[in-house]
Design a protein around this ligand. Structure first.
Ligand code: NAD
Length: 494
C-alpha cells in the first residue's frame, strides 16, 4: 500500500531539488520483501521543458570550459564514487534486489566509464593534415552537441546511466537523465555526488517519469541527442520518434544470449561460468545467458552438473544480514510473467529439469533458477526475451547446425562458446550473428574502453555507448581548412 509517509524521489533541475509539476506517483519496491519503500513522481513535459531551459543555459559556459578542467571534476567524482561505493551498493540492493556483490559490480562498471572520461582531453583530439592542397592545412575539431538526454532501464541503476552521462558531460554537453521509475534513488545519489564534485548548476539534471517524459525528451527541439537503454519495443519507439525529430539516437534493446558448450570444454570452469551468466542478477542482465546449447555427448553431463550447481545456489533477501547467491526479480508483474512462462512451457510438453517455482520465499518477488529442456528454434521460448533466471536447453547435431539455429534469433547482444579448440572458437566468433562474443567468458560485456556493441533488435542506431564510439556519439566534427600564404606556386605536375 502506498502512503504519504513514503520517501518521494526528487528531480534535479538546475541546482533545485523538486518533485515536479505532476501529482501522480509510481511505487518503488524493495523486491526482496515486496514492500513499497518510496514513490517516484511521474514528471511531465513541463518538467522536461524546465530542465532543457537550464541545461541550454549551462551549455553556453560548460562547453567553453577547457577539457582538462572538465576532467578535474570527473577525477573528483571518481574519488567520491569510490568513497561512497558501499552506501550506493546498499541502495541498489534495496531498490533493485541485487546482491551486494552484484550491486558493487553495477557501480564498478559505471565507475570505469568515469575513469575513461577523465582522459577526455586526449579522447577529443582531432586530426590534422598539413598541405592537403597548396599551402592549405586541414584540421578537425570534435565539438559538443548541446543538451543530451539519457533514458535508462531498471536492471543496472548505476552502470547504465553512467554509460551515458560521464562521457556526454566530459565532452562539454549538458545532460538530462530520465532513470527507470522503478529505481530512482540510485540516480539521485549519483547526481548528488556529481554536484559535490563541483559540477556547475544545470550541467546534469534528473527528471523522473514514464512515457510522457520520454516522449517529451524525444521531441523537444532543444535536445540534440538521445541515448536509450531498455527493452526492444521501447528502444524502437524512442529511435523512430527521436530521429524523426532530427536527433542523434543510440538505443540499446533487449536480448536472448547464448551459452554454447562444446564437448571439449573445461567442465568445472564452464559450469561456474554458465551459472553466473544465467542466474547472476536473477537473470536480469541484458547479457544474461538464456539459451544453453549443448553439442554432442556433453549434453548429459552438462544437465546433471548444472542442476546440481543450481540446487546449491542460495536465494533470499539481499538487503538482509545473510549473504545470498541470488536475489529476486524486480516486481510482482515480472515474477508472475516468468512463472507463467514456465507453467505454459510445461503444458506444451517441455521438460522442467529444475523447477524455479518450488520453495520460494513467502515475501518478495522471487523466482528460482530454472532449466527447461527440449527447446527448439520454432518456439516463442527460443525467440522471446524472458528476463529472469530461466535457461532453455537446445541440442543441435553439431556446431554448424547450432549457428544456423541461433542466427534466426531477432536479437544480437551476446553469445559465448565454451571450448578448448581454437578453430571452433574462431569459427563461432566469426559466424554468429551478434555483436559481443565470449570465448570461455560467460558474460562478454565489454568494459568502458570498448563499445557495448549490440546488433539487430538489440540496438538501433550506429554509434554505441562507451569507448571511442561514445565520444563520437556525443561530439560532432568541424573541419577547418586554412591558407595563410596567397602567393603560393603550384608544384609542377601536381
Ligand atoms: P523498459 O523498456 O520497460 O524501460 C526502459 C525505459 O523506458 C525506462 O526508463 C521506462 O520508464 C521507459 N519506458 C517504459 N515504457 C515506456 C513507454 N511505453 N514509452 C516510453 N518510455 C517507456 O525496460 P526495463 O524493463 O526497465 O529494462 C529491462 C530491459 O532493458 C530488458 O529488455 C533488457 O534486455 C534491456 N537492457 C538492454 C541493455 C542493452 O545494452 N541493450 C542493457 C540493459 C537492459
Amino acid at each position: 500500500m502506498e502512503n504519504k509517509e513514503h520517501q518521494l524521489a526528487r528531480m534535479l533541475i538546475g541546482n533545485k531539488w523538486t518533485t515536479g509539476n505532476n501529482a501522480t506517483t509510481s511505487p518503488v519496491y524493495n523486491p526482496s520483501t515486496g514492500e513499497i519503500i518510496g514513490l517516484t513522481p511521474m514528471g511531465s513535459a513541463e518538467d522536461v521543458n524546465e530542465a532543457v531551459k537550464v541545461a541550454q543555459k549551462a551549455f553556453q559556459t560548460w562547453s567553453e570550459v577547457p577539457s582538462p578542467r572538465r576532467a578535474d571534476i570527473l577525477f573528483r567524482y571518481r574519488s567520491l564514487l569510490e568513497e561512497n561505493m558501499e552506501s550506493i551498493a546498499s541502495l541498489i540492493s534495496k531498490e533493485n534486489g541485487k546482491t551486494l556483490d552484484e550491486a558493487r559490480g553495477d557501480i564498478r562498471r559505471g565507475f570505469e566509464v568515469v575513469e575513461f572520461a577523465c582522459g577526455i582531453a586526449h579522447l577529443m583530439k582531432g586530426e590534422s593534415l598539413s598541405q592537403i592542397a597548396p599551402e592549405i592545412d586541414g584540421l578537425t575539431l570534435k565539438e559538443p552537441l548541446g543538451v543530451c538526454a539519457g533514458i535508462s532501464p531498471f536492471n543496472f541503476p548505476a552502470m547504465v546511466p553512467m554509460w551515458m552521462f560521464p562521457i556526454a558531460i566530459a565532452c562539454g554537453n549538458t545532460f538530462i537523465l530520465k532513470p527507470s521509475e522503478k529505481v530512482p534513488f540510485t540516480a539521485i545519489r549519483l547526481a548528488e555526488l556529481f554536484l559535490e564534485a563541483g559540477l556547475p548548476e544545470g550541467v546534469f539534471n534528473v527528471v523522473h517519469g514514464g512515457r510522457e517524459v520520454v516522449d517529451a525528451l524525444c521531441t523537444h527541439p532543444g535536445i540534440a541527442a538521445v541515448s536509450f537503454v531498455g527493452s526492444s519495443p521501447i528502444a524502437k519507439h524512442v529511435y523512430s520518434l527521436a530521429t524523426s525529430h532530427g536527433k542523434r539516437v543510440q538505443a540499446g534493446g533487449g536480448a536472448k544470449n547464448v551459452q554454447l558448450v562444446m564437448p571439449d570444454a573445461d567442465p568445472d570452469a564452464t559450469i561456474r561460468s554458465i551459472s553466473g551468466a544465467a542466474f547472476g542478477c536473477a537473470g536480469q542482465r541484458c547479457m544474461a545467458g538464456s539459451l544453453l546449447v549443448g553439442i554432442g555427448e556433453i549434453v548429459g553431463p552438462l544437465k546433471e552438473r548444472l542442476v546440481s550447481a543450481m540446487d546449491s545456489l542460495t536465494m533470499g533477501d539481499t538487503s538482509g544480514e545473510d549473504r545470498v547467491d541470488m536475489g529476486p526479480v524486480i516486481d510482482g508483474q515480472s515474477k508472475n510473467r516468468i512463472l507463467g512462462v514456465i507453467s505454459d512451457s510445461e503444458k506444451m510438453g517441455i521438460k522442467v529439469l529444475r523447477d524455479g517455482r518450488n520453495g520460494l520465499p513467502k515475501e518478495g518477488f522471487f523466482v528460482g533458477p530454472t532449466l527447461l529442456e527440449q527447446v527448439n528454434p520454432e518456439m516463442d521460448l527460443f525467440r522471446e526475451e524472458l528476463f529472469g533466471p530461466v535457461l532453455s536447453l537446445l541440442s543441435p547435431k553439431n556446431l554448424d547446425e547450432a549457428i544456423s539455429w541461433l542466427n534466426r534469433l531477432p536479437f544480437g547482444n551476446g553469445a559465448t562458446i565454451y571450448t578448448s579448440n581454437g578453430q571452433a572458437a574462431r569459427h563461432f566468433s566469426r559466424k554468429i550473428n551478434c555483436g559481443m562474443v565470449g570465448i570461455n567468458v560467460g558474460v562478454p560485456a565489454p568494459m568502458a574502453l570498448f563499445p557495448f556493441a549490440g546488433w539487430n533488435d538489440s540496438f538501433y542506431g550506429d554509434l554505441h555507448v562507451q569507448g571511442t564510439e561514445g565520444v563520437m556519439f556525443y561530439t560532432r566534427q568541424r573541419v577547418i581548412l586554412s591558407r595563410w600564404d596567397n602567393n603560393y606556386q603550384r608544384i609542377q605536375g601536381w
